[in-house]
Design a protein around this ligand. Structure first.
Ligand code: GLU
Length: 467
Protein backbone atom coordinates (compact mmCIF):
# COMPACT_ATOMS: atom_id res chain seq x y z
CA UNK A 1 0.00 0.00 0.00
CA UNK A 2 1.41 3.39 -0.86
CA UNK A 3 2.26 5.67 2.02
CA UNK A 4 -0.16 8.40 3.00
CA UNK A 5 0.21 10.59 6.06
CA UNK A 6 -1.73 13.52 7.37
CA UNK A 7 -1.66 16.57 9.59
CA UNK A 8 -4.93 17.06 11.43
CA UNK A 9 -4.93 20.28 13.45
CA UNK A 10 -7.88 21.58 15.41
CA UNK A 11 -8.36 25.21 14.34
CA UNK A 12 -8.51 26.70 17.81
CA UNK A 13 -5.45 28.96 17.55
CA UNK A 14 -2.46 29.75 15.39
CA UNK A 15 -0.03 27.13 14.10
CA UNK A 16 2.44 26.70 16.95
CA UNK A 17 5.91 25.20 16.76
CA UNK A 18 4.78 21.87 18.26
CA UNK A 19 2.10 21.46 15.59
CA UNK A 20 4.51 22.58 12.91
CA UNK A 21 7.04 19.95 13.94
CA UNK A 22 4.37 17.22 13.88
CA UNK A 23 3.32 18.44 10.44
CA UNK A 24 6.95 18.47 9.30
CA UNK A 25 7.60 14.89 10.46
CA UNK A 26 4.42 13.73 8.78
CA UNK A 27 5.24 15.59 5.57
CA UNK A 28 8.84 14.30 5.55
CA UNK A 29 7.66 10.74 6.05
CA UNK A 30 5.36 11.01 3.06
CA UNK A 31 8.01 12.67 0.89
CA UNK A 32 10.69 10.19 1.95
CA UNK A 33 8.53 7.26 0.94
CA UNK A 34 7.15 8.76 -2.25
CA UNK A 35 3.75 8.98 -0.61
CA UNK A 36 1.04 11.59 -0.22
CA UNK A 37 0.37 14.11 2.53
CA UNK A 38 -3.13 15.17 3.57
CA UNK A 39 -4.25 18.25 5.48
CA UNK A 40 -7.39 17.74 7.52
CA UNK A 41 -8.98 20.45 9.62
CA UNK A 42 -10.56 18.93 12.73
CA UNK A 43 -13.18 21.57 13.33
CA UNK A 44 -15.89 19.57 15.08
CA UNK A 45 -15.58 21.67 18.22
CA UNK A 46 -17.84 24.38 16.86
CA UNK A 47 -17.39 26.69 19.81
CA UNK A 48 -13.61 26.81 19.74
CA UNK A 49 -12.95 26.47 16.00
CA UNK A 50 -12.59 29.66 13.97
CA UNK A 51 -12.00 30.55 10.34
CA UNK A 52 -9.24 32.85 11.52
CA UNK A 53 -7.37 29.87 12.97
CA UNK A 54 -7.87 27.88 9.78
CA UNK A 55 -6.34 30.78 7.85
CA UNK A 56 -3.47 31.03 10.32
CA UNK A 57 -2.74 27.31 9.96
CA UNK A 58 -2.84 27.47 6.17
CA UNK A 59 -0.61 30.55 6.19
CA UNK A 60 1.89 28.82 8.48
CA UNK A 61 1.99 25.68 6.34
CA UNK A 62 2.51 27.75 3.20
CA UNK A 63 5.26 29.84 4.77
CA UNK A 64 7.09 26.69 5.87
CA UNK A 65 6.63 25.11 2.44
CA UNK A 66 4.77 22.08 3.80
CA UNK A 67 2.61 21.67 0.76
CA UNK A 68 -0.17 19.09 0.99
CA UNK A 69 -1.31 16.79 -1.80
CA UNK A 70 -4.91 16.48 -0.62
CA UNK A 71 -7.22 18.71 1.33
CA UNK A 72 -7.77 20.73 3.29
CA UNK A 73 -10.66 18.49 4.29
CA UNK A 74 -13.03 19.83 6.92
CA UNK A 75 -14.62 17.46 9.40
CA UNK A 76 -17.71 19.67 9.64
CA UNK A 77 -18.42 18.74 6.00
CA UNK A 78 -18.47 15.06 6.85
CA UNK A 79 -21.11 14.78 9.59
CA UNK A 80 -23.39 12.60 7.42
CA UNK A 81 -20.62 10.08 6.99
CA UNK A 82 -19.84 9.98 10.73
CA UNK A 83 -23.51 9.58 11.58
CA UNK A 84 -23.87 6.73 9.10
CA UNK A 85 -20.97 4.93 10.81
CA UNK A 86 -22.43 5.56 14.26
CA UNK A 87 -25.75 4.14 13.08
CA UNK A 88 -23.97 1.06 11.74
CA UNK A 89 -22.31 0.52 15.11
CA UNK A 90 -25.71 0.93 16.84
CA UNK A 91 -27.36 -1.54 14.46
CA UNK A 92 -24.68 -4.11 15.13
CA UNK A 93 -24.93 -3.66 18.89
CA UNK A 94 -21.38 -2.31 18.97
CA UNK A 95 -22.62 1.00 20.35
CA UNK A 96 -25.50 1.95 22.60
CA UNK A 97 -27.47 4.91 23.86
CA UNK A 98 -26.67 6.18 27.33
CA UNK A 99 -28.78 8.64 29.31
CA UNK A 100 -26.79 8.68 32.52
CA UNK A 101 -27.21 12.04 34.18
CA UNK A 102 -24.32 14.34 34.88
CA UNK A 103 -25.02 13.85 38.59
CA UNK A 104 -24.77 10.07 38.32
CA UNK A 105 -21.50 10.27 36.41
CA UNK A 106 -20.14 12.75 38.89
CA UNK A 107 -21.09 10.50 41.82
CA UNK A 108 -19.52 7.50 40.12
CA UNK A 109 -16.34 9.45 39.59
CA UNK A 110 -16.19 10.54 43.21
CA UNK A 111 -16.75 7.00 44.47
CA UNK A 112 -14.04 5.65 42.21
CA UNK A 113 -11.61 8.35 43.26
CA UNK A 114 -12.37 7.67 46.93
CA UNK A 115 -11.68 3.97 46.33
CA UNK A 116 -8.44 4.93 44.56
CA UNK A 117 -9.68 3.53 41.27
CA UNK A 118 -9.17 5.06 37.84
CA UNK A 119 -12.37 7.01 37.02
CA UNK A 120 -14.18 5.26 34.19
CA UNK A 121 -17.71 4.73 32.93
CA UNK A 122 -19.21 1.59 34.50
CA UNK A 123 -21.33 0.42 31.54
CA UNK A 124 -24.58 1.21 33.35
CA UNK A 125 -26.60 1.72 30.13
CA UNK A 126 -25.05 -1.13 28.15
CA UNK A 127 -28.18 -3.26 28.32
CA UNK A 128 -30.82 -0.69 29.20
CA UNK A 129 -32.16 -0.04 25.72
CA UNK A 130 -32.51 3.74 26.20
CA UNK A 131 -35.14 5.24 23.90
CA UNK A 132 -33.87 7.41 21.01
CA UNK A 133 -36.52 9.95 21.98
CA UNK A 134 -34.95 10.96 25.22
CA UNK A 135 -31.75 12.97 25.55
CA UNK A 136 -28.78 10.65 25.28
CA UNK A 137 -25.23 10.18 24.12
CA UNK A 138 -23.94 7.20 22.11
CA UNK A 139 -21.17 5.11 23.60
CA UNK A 140 -18.92 2.59 21.89
CA UNK A 141 -19.06 -0.86 23.48
CA UNK A 142 -15.40 -1.45 24.22
CA UNK A 143 -14.39 -5.13 24.40
CA UNK A 144 -14.24 -6.38 28.01
CA UNK A 145 -11.61 -9.01 27.48
CA UNK A 146 -8.16 -9.15 25.99
CA UNK A 147 -5.74 -6.36 25.28
CA UNK A 148 -4.76 -3.91 22.60
CA UNK A 149 -1.21 -4.30 21.34
CA UNK A 150 0.53 -2.08 18.82
CA UNK A 151 4.04 -1.17 17.76
CA UNK A 152 4.45 2.55 17.82
CA UNK A 153 7.05 3.65 15.28
CA UNK A 154 8.62 5.94 17.87
CA UNK A 155 7.58 4.57 21.24
CA UNK A 156 7.90 0.88 20.45
CA UNK A 157 5.73 -1.94 21.74
CA UNK A 158 2.62 -0.81 23.63
CA UNK A 159 0.12 -3.04 25.41
CA UNK A 160 -3.10 -1.94 27.11
CA UNK A 161 -5.63 -4.27 28.76
CA UNK A 162 -9.21 -3.71 27.63
CA UNK A 163 -10.21 -3.75 31.29
CA UNK A 164 -8.39 -0.37 31.48
CA UNK A 165 -10.59 1.19 28.81
CA UNK A 166 -14.19 2.30 29.22
CA UNK A 167 -17.04 2.83 26.78
CA UNK A 168 -16.19 6.12 25.18
CA UNK A 169 -18.75 8.61 23.93
CA UNK A 170 -18.80 8.72 20.14
CA UNK A 171 -21.81 11.05 19.75
CA UNK A 172 -22.64 13.86 22.15
CA UNK A 173 -26.18 14.66 23.30
CA UNK A 174 -26.29 17.52 20.75
CA UNK A 175 -25.81 14.94 17.98
CA UNK A 176 -22.21 15.88 17.18
CA UNK A 177 -19.64 13.09 16.75
CA UNK A 178 -16.55 13.10 18.97
CA UNK A 179 -12.87 13.20 18.09
CA UNK A 180 -12.10 9.50 18.62
CA UNK A 181 -14.83 8.50 16.18
CA UNK A 182 -14.20 11.13 13.51
CA UNK A 183 -10.45 10.55 13.49
CA UNK A 184 -10.90 6.82 12.89
CA UNK A 185 -13.47 7.32 10.14
CA UNK A 186 -11.31 9.93 8.43
CA UNK A 187 -8.01 8.09 8.71
CA UNK A 188 -9.75 5.04 7.24
CA UNK A 189 -11.63 6.89 4.48
CA UNK A 190 -8.53 8.89 3.54
CA UNK A 191 -6.45 5.67 3.45
CA UNK A 192 -3.88 6.99 5.93
CA UNK A 193 -1.13 4.43 6.41
CA UNK A 194 0.88 6.14 9.19
CA UNK A 195 -0.81 8.28 11.83
CA UNK A 196 1.91 10.65 13.05
CA UNK A 197 0.78 12.92 15.88
CA UNK A 198 1.63 14.41 19.25
CA UNK A 199 1.97 11.97 22.12
CA UNK A 200 -0.81 13.75 24.00
CA UNK A 201 -3.02 11.40 21.94
CA UNK A 202 -1.28 8.18 22.89
CA UNK A 203 -3.99 7.23 25.39
CA UNK A 204 -6.61 7.56 22.67
CA UNK A 205 -4.87 5.13 20.35
CA UNK A 206 -5.97 1.82 21.97
CA UNK A 207 -9.58 3.05 21.94
CA UNK A 208 -9.25 4.01 18.31
CA UNK A 209 -7.75 0.63 17.47
CA UNK A 210 -10.80 -1.03 19.06
CA UNK A 211 -13.02 1.10 16.84
CA UNK A 212 -11.08 0.06 13.72
CA UNK A 213 -11.53 -3.57 14.74
CA UNK A 214 -15.24 -3.19 15.43
CA UNK A 215 -15.68 -1.65 12.00
CA UNK A 216 -13.61 -4.37 10.34
CA UNK A 217 -11.06 -1.86 9.05
CA UNK A 218 -7.30 -2.22 8.68
CA UNK A 219 -5.43 -0.50 11.49
CA UNK A 220 -2.80 2.04 10.37
CA UNK A 221 0.63 2.33 11.96
CA UNK A 222 1.06 4.94 14.68
CA UNK A 223 3.92 7.23 15.60
CA UNK A 224 3.57 9.46 18.65
CA UNK A 225 5.93 12.40 18.66
CA UNK A 226 7.16 13.49 22.12
CA UNK A 227 6.29 16.95 23.27
CA UNK A 228 8.46 20.05 23.27
CA UNK A 229 9.48 21.63 26.55
CA UNK A 230 10.47 25.20 27.34
CA UNK A 231 13.85 25.88 28.93
CA UNK A 232 12.32 25.57 32.41
CA UNK A 233 11.27 21.97 31.74
CA UNK A 234 7.53 22.66 31.45
CA UNK A 235 5.53 22.14 28.28
CA UNK A 236 6.34 24.82 25.68
CA UNK A 237 3.75 27.59 25.80
CA UNK A 238 3.33 31.30 25.24
CA UNK A 239 5.13 31.96 28.49
CA UNK A 240 8.36 30.89 26.81
CA UNK A 241 8.15 33.59 24.14
CA UNK A 242 7.13 33.14 20.54
CA UNK A 243 5.44 29.83 19.86
CA UNK A 244 3.42 30.83 16.81
CA UNK A 245 5.12 29.96 13.55
CA UNK A 246 4.16 33.28 11.97
CA UNK A 247 5.67 35.14 14.92
CA UNK A 248 9.01 33.68 13.87
CA UNK A 249 8.53 35.10 10.40
CA UNK A 250 7.76 38.50 11.91
CA UNK A 251 10.79 38.21 14.18
CA UNK A 252 13.04 37.74 11.15
CA UNK A 253 13.56 34.00 10.86
CA UNK A 254 13.92 32.23 7.53
CA UNK A 255 11.39 29.42 7.08
CA UNK A 256 14.19 27.02 6.13
CA UNK A 257 16.03 27.85 9.38
CA UNK A 258 12.91 27.15 11.44
CA UNK A 259 12.33 23.89 9.54
CA UNK A 260 15.94 22.89 10.12
CA UNK A 261 15.57 23.69 13.80
CA UNK A 262 12.31 21.77 14.10
CA UNK A 263 13.62 18.67 12.34
CA UNK A 264 16.53 18.52 14.76
CA UNK A 265 14.20 18.87 17.72
CA UNK A 266 14.00 15.21 18.63
CA UNK A 267 15.57 13.79 15.48
CA UNK A 268 19.20 13.45 14.57
CA UNK A 269 21.46 12.05 11.89
CA UNK A 270 24.95 11.62 13.25
CA UNK A 271 26.12 15.01 14.43
CA UNK A 272 24.99 16.90 11.34
CA UNK A 273 23.25 20.17 12.26
CA UNK A 274 22.41 21.77 8.93
CA UNK A 275 20.00 20.02 6.59
CA UNK A 276 18.59 21.29 3.36
CA UNK A 277 14.99 20.23 2.79
CA UNK A 278 16.20 17.70 0.22
CA UNK A 279 18.58 16.21 2.76
CA UNK A 280 15.84 16.01 5.37
CA UNK A 281 13.67 14.14 2.89
CA UNK A 282 16.48 11.76 2.00
CA UNK A 283 17.52 11.05 5.60
CA UNK A 284 14.44 11.32 7.81
CA UNK A 285 13.48 8.19 9.76
CA UNK A 286 10.77 8.01 12.40
CA UNK A 287 12.75 5.27 14.13
CA UNK A 288 15.50 7.81 14.81
CA UNK A 289 13.12 10.20 16.61
CA UNK A 290 13.94 10.47 20.28
CA UNK A 291 11.40 9.02 22.70
CA UNK A 292 12.10 11.66 25.33
CA UNK A 293 10.72 15.21 25.11
CA UNK A 294 13.01 17.82 23.56
CA UNK A 295 13.76 21.26 24.91
CA UNK A 296 13.26 24.33 22.76
CA UNK A 297 16.43 26.40 22.61
CA UNK A 298 16.04 29.85 21.13
CA UNK A 299 19.81 30.46 21.05
CA UNK A 300 20.31 27.45 18.84
CA UNK A 301 17.49 28.52 16.55
CA UNK A 302 19.12 31.94 16.30
CA UNK A 303 22.47 30.38 15.48
CA UNK A 304 20.88 28.32 12.72
CA UNK A 305 19.09 31.37 11.39
CA UNK A 306 22.40 33.19 11.21
CA UNK A 307 23.92 30.29 9.27
CA UNK A 308 21.06 30.49 6.78
CA UNK A 309 21.34 34.27 6.46
CA UNK A 310 25.08 33.90 5.74
CA UNK A 311 24.92 30.92 3.41
CA UNK A 312 21.65 31.20 1.48
CA UNK A 313 21.41 32.71 -1.97
CA UNK A 314 21.67 36.47 -1.28
CA UNK A 315 18.80 37.11 -3.69
CA UNK A 316 16.58 34.92 -1.51
CA UNK A 317 17.69 36.70 1.66
CA UNK A 318 17.04 40.05 -0.05
CA UNK A 319 13.55 38.90 -1.00
CA UNK A 320 12.78 37.92 2.61
CA UNK A 321 14.46 41.05 4.01
CA UNK A 322 12.47 43.49 1.94
CA UNK A 323 9.28 43.44 4.09
CA UNK A 324 11.35 44.01 7.23
CA UNK A 325 12.82 47.14 5.65
CA UNK A 326 9.23 48.03 4.76
CA UNK A 327 8.41 47.82 8.47
CA UNK A 328 11.01 50.56 8.99
CA UNK A 329 9.37 52.67 6.31
CA UNK A 330 12.08 51.92 3.76
CA UNK A 331 11.45 51.02 0.14
CA UNK A 332 14.69 49.38 -0.99
CA UNK A 333 13.83 50.16 -4.61
CA UNK A 334 14.89 53.74 -3.91
CA UNK A 335 18.45 52.93 -2.88
CA UNK A 336 21.41 50.63 -3.53
CA UNK A 337 20.81 47.15 -4.87
CA UNK A 338 19.43 45.12 -1.95
CA UNK A 339 21.31 41.97 -2.97
CA UNK A 340 24.59 43.91 -2.74
CA UNK A 341 23.58 45.27 0.67
CA UNK A 342 22.76 41.73 1.86
CA UNK A 343 26.16 40.51 0.71
CA UNK A 344 27.83 43.38 2.51
CA UNK A 345 25.93 43.09 5.80
CA UNK A 346 24.81 39.52 6.26
CA UNK A 347 27.61 38.33 8.49
CA UNK A 348 26.59 40.86 11.08
CA UNK A 349 23.02 39.81 11.92
CA UNK A 350 21.30 36.72 13.21
CA UNK A 351 17.76 37.70 12.22
CA UNK A 352 16.28 39.60 9.29
CA UNK A 353 14.94 42.17 11.75
CA UNK A 354 18.50 42.85 12.88
CA UNK A 355 19.73 42.81 9.30
CA UNK A 356 17.11 45.42 8.37
CA UNK A 357 18.04 47.57 11.35
CA UNK A 358 21.76 47.59 10.56
CA UNK A 359 21.13 48.16 6.85
CA UNK A 360 18.74 51.09 7.13
CA UNK A 361 21.58 53.63 6.78
CA UNK A 362 22.15 52.60 3.17
CA UNK A 363 18.69 53.88 2.33
CA UNK A 364 18.15 56.88 4.56
CA UNK A 365 19.98 59.23 6.90
CA UNK A 366 20.04 57.94 10.45
CA UNK A 367 18.45 59.96 13.24
CA UNK A 368 21.38 60.05 15.60
CA UNK A 369 24.89 58.75 16.09
CA UNK A 370 25.66 55.81 18.29
CA UNK A 371 26.84 57.85 21.28
CA UNK A 372 29.78 55.66 22.20
CA UNK A 373 31.05 55.34 18.63
CA UNK A 374 30.68 59.07 18.00
CA UNK A 375 32.53 59.99 21.18
CA UNK A 376 35.43 57.82 20.18
CA UNK A 377 35.56 58.83 16.50
CA UNK A 378 34.76 62.53 16.63
CA UNK A 379 37.61 63.74 18.75
CA UNK A 380 40.88 65.60 18.19
CA UNK A 381 41.38 66.58 14.57
CA UNK A 382 38.39 64.58 13.28
CA UNK A 383 36.71 67.67 11.82
CA UNK A 384 39.76 68.57 9.74
CA UNK A 385 40.22 64.98 8.62
CA UNK A 386 36.61 64.84 7.46
CA UNK A 387 36.92 68.15 5.61
CA UNK A 388 40.03 66.93 3.84
CA UNK A 389 38.61 63.60 2.78
CA UNK A 390 35.37 65.26 1.71
CA UNK A 391 37.25 67.42 -0.74
CA UNK A 392 38.88 64.44 -2.38
CA UNK A 393 35.66 62.42 -2.51
CA UNK A 394 33.73 65.32 -3.98
CA UNK A 395 36.26 65.62 -6.76
CA UNK A 396 36.23 61.97 -7.81
CA UNK A 397 35.40 61.38 -11.42
CA UNK A 398 33.57 58.16 -10.79
CA UNK A 399 32.14 56.73 -7.60
CA UNK A 400 33.96 53.39 -7.55
CA UNK A 401 35.36 51.38 -4.66
CA UNK A 402 38.95 51.68 -5.77
CA UNK A 403 38.78 55.42 -6.29
CA UNK A 404 37.12 55.85 -2.90
CA UNK A 405 39.85 53.78 -1.31
CA UNK A 406 42.54 55.96 -2.89
CA UNK A 407 40.88 59.16 -1.71
CA UNK A 408 40.99 57.93 1.87
CA UNK A 409 44.58 56.69 1.53
CA UNK A 410 45.71 59.99 -0.05
CA UNK A 411 44.07 61.98 2.71
CA UNK A 412 45.80 59.87 5.32
CA UNK A 413 49.12 60.46 3.61
CA UNK A 414 48.61 64.18 3.10
CA UNK A 415 47.69 64.69 6.76
CA UNK A 416 50.50 62.44 7.92
CA UNK A 417 48.25 60.64 10.41
CA UNK A 418 47.31 57.01 11.06
CA UNK A 419 44.63 55.41 8.85
CA UNK A 420 42.13 55.28 11.70
CA UNK A 421 42.25 59.03 12.22
CA UNK A 422 40.52 59.49 8.88
CA UNK A 423 38.71 56.20 8.49
CA UNK A 424 37.02 56.14 11.89
CA UNK A 425 35.31 59.52 11.78
CA UNK A 426 34.43 58.90 8.14
CA UNK A 427 32.80 55.57 8.94
CA UNK A 428 30.78 56.97 11.84
CA UNK A 429 29.83 60.02 9.80
CA UNK A 430 28.35 57.83 7.09
CA UNK A 431 26.89 54.92 9.11
CA UNK A 432 26.05 56.58 12.41
CA UNK A 433 27.80 53.67 14.08
CA UNK A 434 25.87 50.77 12.56
CA UNK A 435 27.95 47.65 11.87
CA UNK A 436 29.33 47.93 8.34
CA UNK A 437 31.80 46.25 5.96
CA UNK A 438 34.98 47.67 4.36
CA UNK A 439 34.88 51.44 4.27
CA UNK A 440 35.18 51.77 0.49
CA UNK A 441 32.32 49.29 -0.01
CA UNK A 442 30.18 51.07 2.57
CA UNK A 443 30.66 54.45 0.92
CA UNK A 444 30.21 53.02 -2.53
CA UNK A 445 26.83 51.54 -1.57
CA UNK A 446 25.66 54.62 0.31
CA UNK A 447 26.42 56.71 -2.78
CA UNK A 448 28.25 59.98 -3.27
CA UNK A 449 25.45 62.38 -2.54
CA UNK A 450 24.50 60.85 0.81
CA UNK A 451 28.15 60.38 1.76
CA UNK A 452 28.99 64.05 1.25
CA UNK A 453 25.79 65.16 2.95
CA UNK A 454 26.58 63.03 5.99
CA UNK A 455 30.18 64.24 6.15
CA UNK A 456 28.89 67.83 6.24
CA UNK A 457 26.50 66.89 8.99
CA UNK A 458 29.30 65.29 11.00
CA UNK A 459 31.56 68.34 10.58
CA UNK A 460 28.73 70.49 11.84
CA UNK A 461 28.08 68.10 14.72
CA UNK A 462 31.75 68.18 15.74
CA UNK A 463 31.76 71.98 15.51
CA UNK A 464 28.72 72.25 17.75
CA UNK A 465 30.13 69.78 20.23
CA UNK A 466 33.46 71.63 20.34
CA UNK A 467 31.92 75.11 20.60
N1 GLU B 1 -6.95 17.37 16.03
C1 GLU B 1 -6.00 16.82 16.95
C2 GLU B 1 -5.18 17.89 17.57
O1 GLU B 1 -5.06 18.98 17.02
C3 GLU B 1 -5.04 15.86 16.27
C4 GLU B 1 -5.61 14.52 16.19
C5 GLU B 1 -4.73 13.51 15.50
O2 GLU B 1 -3.72 13.86 14.91
O3 GLU B 1 -5.14 12.36 15.57
O4 GLU B 1 -4.63 17.68 18.62
Amino acid sequence: MSVKTRFAPSPTGYLHVGGARTALFSWLYARRHGGRFVLRIEDTDLERSTQESVNAILEGMTWLGLEYDEGPFYQTHRFDRYNAIIDTLLDKGLAYRCNCSKERLERLREEQMAARQKPRYDGHCRNRDVSPDEPHVIRFRNPDEGEVVFDDLIRGHIRVANSELDDLIIRRSDGSPTYNLTVVVDDHDMAITQVIRGDDHINNTPRQINLYRALGWAVPQFAHVPMILGDDGSRLSKRHGAVSVMQYRDDGYLPEALLNYLVRLGWSHGDQEIFSVDEMIALFELEAVNRAPSTFNTDKLKWLNQQYIMKSDPARVAHLLSPHLGDLGIDPAGGPDLVAVVEAQRERASTLVELAAISAFYYRDFDEYDAKAAKKAFKGEAGQALAAVRQRLAGLESWEREAIHHSVAETVEALGVGFGKVAMPLRIAVTGGAPSPDLDLTLYLVGREATLRRIDRAIEHIGEAGA
